[in-house]
Design a binder for this molecule. Structure first.
Ligand code: HSE
Length: 308
């Protein structure tokens, strides 16, 4: 019987929340991390990382990709094989673009492949959600597209959110990091009924706005009362970039995931102007940043294996 000798997994970046969909909606974007796991006879863990932020990634057992790999085998109550790992970073770290989710999904898929695929996609997804603690990055990272995740009582219901071709996601990525832990620590434990109603209505509007690209709906829909009013204070220049994006023709701007990346949505006719406006506005506030128009990734995580 042939044994899989190595597996390469490619996982997209994700933008979670999209304004009013705190902890329940996210979309996969065309920016990727690649992870290669190779079986080895060596007993010590070897992790090589390439990419502009490579030196910031731990190369010992605390590495999140490796942690997810180990959790898979703990779940199966099996011993993990010895592996060497290569990481090619394309998703910036701790910027609100789901870099942790790429690691969790990548580690689980690689482990599943090397183990002979005992878990199906749904089981992998549930494990990924349990590790991350919320579904809105790991679900689109695994499945691609824009996804809404809701607990069903016994598990998760996931639905595919239609995304109109003329809704362009534009990310402005600053040169500073913000940990999800810190960005969650500023949120209140309880919210008012008025704020809950506000977000319920706006999330519904967002779903229809994304599907139809109807400008008036999208403009109103990107508002939120549950997390952004608290988190924007952690992001210097937020107001200036927001005003610049909207003035240049964006439907609106939100915090990508837990931040600090800012995400604008615009139609294709305005995307170039919105890119320039966001970049200049943030530079004007003294924040070096990179702005890119991306597209929705529709494939999610992919993997290829070699036997030998
Ligand atoms: N929904 C999460 C949050 C995404 O906003 O905290 C961050 O990973």
């Amino acid at each position: 019987m042939s044994v899989i000798s190595d597996v390469t997994v490619t996982v997209p970046a994700t933008t979670a929340n999209l304004g009013p969909g705190f902890d329940c909606i996210g979309a996969a974007l065309t920016l990727y991390n690649e992870f290669k796991f190779t079986r080895t006879e060596e007993n010590r863990l070897i992790i090589n990382v390439t990419g502009t932020e490579a030196q910031q990634v731990p190369t010992n057992e605390s590495n999140l990709l490796y942690q997810a790999f180990i959790k898979f085998y703990e779940h199966l109550e099996q011993m993990p094989p010895s592996v060497k790992i290569k990481i090619q970073l394309g998703v910036p770290l701790s910027r609100g673009l789901g870099s942790s989710a790429t690691a969790i999904v990548g580690g689980l898929i690689a482990a599943n492949q090397l183990a002979g695929a005992p878990l199906n996609e749904l089981q992998l997804m549930e494990l990924a959600i349990a590790i991350e603690g919320h579904p809105d990055n790991v679900v689109p990272a695994l499945l691609g597209g824009c996804r809404l995740a809701a607990t069903s009582g016994t598990g998760w219901e996931i639905c595919d959110v239609p995304w109109h071709d003329d809704v362009v996601p534009i990310v402005a990525i600053p040169n500073f990091e913000l940990s999800t832990q810190e960005a969650r620590s500023v949120l209140p434990n309880e919210v008012s009924r008025a704020d809950a109603i506000f977000n319920t209505a706006h999330l519904g509007l967002l779903l229809r706005g994304l599907e139809t690209a109807k400008g008036e709906w999208l403009k109103a829909a990107l508002q939120d009362k549950l997390h952004q009013p608290y988190r924007k204070n952690l992001i210097p220049g937020y107001d200036a970039v927001n005003i610049a994006a909207v003035t240049a023709g964006a439907y609106g701007m939100v915090i990508s995931g837990a931040g600090p990346t800012l995400l604008a949505l615009a139609d294709a006719a305005h995307s170039t102007a919105v890119e320039a406006a966001m970049e200049n506005a943030w530079q004007g506030e003294g924040i070096t940043n990179v702005v890119r128009s991306l597209a929705l990734d529709t494939q999610g995580a992919t993997s290829s294996v070699h036997e030998g």
